[in-house]
Design a protein around this ligand. Sequence first.
Ligand SMILES: *Cc1c(COP(=O)(O)O)cnc(C)c1O
Length: 342
Amino acid sequence: MNLEQLVRANVWNMKPYSSARDEFKGDASVFLDANENPLNDKYNRYPDPLQWALKEKIGKVKGVSPEHIFLGNGSDEPIDLVIRVFCEPRKDNIVAIDPTYGMYQVCADVNDIEYRKVLLKENFDLDAAKLLEKVDSNTKLIFLCSPNNPTGNLLNRKEIEKILDSFAGIVIVDEAYIDFASEDSWLSELDKYPNLVVLQTFSKAWGLAAVRLGMAFSSPEIIRLFNKVKYPYNVNILTQNFVSEELDKLELRKEWISTLLKGRDYLKNELPKLSFVEKIYPTDANFLLVKVGDANGLYKQLADKGVIVRNRNSVSLCAGCLRITVGTDEENRILIDTLQSL
Ligand SMILES: *Cc1c(COP(=O)(O)O)cnc(C)c1O
């Protein structure tokens, strides 16, 4: 892989914004360099633009060194950044699995980048050879999502490996749901594959969707490119400090995950007992894709009773399907009771 050839020339050649906090690092007692108001202690100073203290802590939890970590305003930020760093509008293209998470195409569209979708197999498995057929000399990125949203399954590791081995561009593996999965993360393969970008988030297993913190893991060279293009202070101090404290609650988070996996088993057992449930797809995430006769009708009936699920009827390969998130034990029971009453 030749990084300089892959990156947009303007991004490769530009000089990034240099903030006051970039230019002076070290100990001092009088800071008159950033036009801050000195009178509102705790919140008056610009935060660390590269969030090193938080990255150290995340790195310990993930077994990755801080230079391999990018932090953003949710995963949405690195999804947008990877496109802006590598893809030349109206010239380059992106190849992605279909169905998958909708933000990849939204960000491609905003940036005016052609987005090529390749259908998964009927059972939602990845066919690497079929996906690679869509790749041409202008393909810069391949988006994969494992466990995939909205299907819930892990993509086959060997097929992902084939793509990492044979594609000369960047492969993004979105692992938003990896904490609920039965297989290990791709994080341990970062050194082996310099073209791999792994996305994770605090929005799902960590229970922090409102806080907006997403992670990208990759080679230090690729992380530096993200840092070059991002807004200088993209993660505010409230988020940095709060997540740093949340990272101490590793035991609690383990308990949450085991509670949610039990809830998933409960729904897996109860849903097939309903006459209109045709199929529950295998899942490695905190949601289930469920095939029912009339997804639109059932969605409305549930909504009328105050129970909201996600209607995926119009998504590729998901006709007749609802996506149901695992809730609290009580929410799961209400869902099943409500379905039984219809
Ligand atoms: C929920 C989800 C995310 C999380 O996005 P954030 O911006 O971090 O909240 C990322 N990818 C996928 C596939 C998701 O389903």
